[in-house]
Ligand binder design. Structure first.
Ligand SMILES: CC(C)(COP(=O)(O)OP(=O)(O)OC[C@H]1O[C@@H](n2cnc3c(N)ncnc32)[C@H](O)[C@@H]1OP(=O)(O)O)[C@@H](O)C(=O)NCCC(=O)NCCS
Length: 213
């Protein structure tokens, strides 16, 4: 099993079939928390759907196009983090992530993303890493901003969520920037500004994640 250490209490483990029950339970108990941001949440209806997803993800891992990891915090599955759209020719990859509600606010995702980016750059020779999220998802934007990514622009109507199209902000870093900003990243200050959210709000989201009407 491919494992990436994050810190004393946290590990990334490539998702495998034995993780399906824990994955299904975590998604099932976090639907309201995840639904505003992740279009697939209500398609994972039974444990078999989690198994199918893991089988597909392992196939894509073998093909070299994706790598789906469970985030294990003190031996409990806390969420997932994925390298997707891995383009080996151009050495570009995108990262996506989520945590169960009980695990947010502890820096788990910031550290997990940093560990995955180290792996992609140092072991998979990826040069450019992208993170995309809606302008309303301030918690998600905070991850690339804390990790020294640059906001490169807006992808118009790049996401279809809850029956509406939404723009995506595109954040990216490159291997040279990642290595250059390593020390500053360790310091992980909270001084970087997060783009102001537009007036619309997303249905079902929390106070920290404003709602779309
Ligand atoms: C996105 C998500 C994984 C972030 O989790 P998290 O627990 O906030 O991540 P971390 O604890 O690692 O926080 C990273 C930083 O963002 C900050 N942050 C969190 N929410 C924030 C917000 N609403 N506004 C500004 N900063 C915020 C944290 O304080 C933390 O800062 P620090 O590193 O200086 O302590 C989590 O909110 C989630 O799973 N959301 C639902 C699914 C989702 O949106 N996935 C992404 C789709 S693009």
């Amino acid at each position: 099993m491919l494992t990436i250490p994050v810190d004393d209490r946290t590990q990334l483990r490539l998702l495998e079939l034995s993780h399906a029950p824990a994955l299904f339970r975590l998604v099932a108990s976090n639907r309201d928390h995840l639904r505003p941001w992740l279009p697939w949440v209500d398609r994972m209806r039974v444990e078999y759907d989690a198994k199918s997803y893991i089988i597909r993800s392992l196939g894509r891992f073998s093909a070299g196009t994706e790598a789906h990891f469970g985030i294990w915090f003190e031996q409990a599955l806390a969420g997932t983090i994925t390298a997707e759209r891995i383009d080996a020719w151009n050495r570009v990859a995108e990262i996506g992530y989520w945590l169960g509600k009980g695990f947010v606010g502890r820096g788990i995702m910031r550290r997990s993303a940093a560990a995955l980016i180290d792996y992609l750059i140092e072991q998979r020779s990826i040069n450019r890493i992208e993170i995309r999220c809606t302008p309303f998802n301030r918690a998600s934007q905070a991850i690339p901003l804390r990790l020294g990514f640059r906001l490169e622009g807006t992808l118009r109507q790049a996401a279809y969520l809850q029956g509406k199209f939404h723009d995506h902000l595109l954040f990216a870093t490159t291997a040279d920037r990642w290595r250059r900003t390593g020390a500053a990243r360790e310091a992980a200050t909270s001084t970087q500004s997060i783009p102001a959210p537009p007036a619309q709000r997303i249905a079902g989201s929390t106070e920290a994640h404003p709602r779309l009407s």
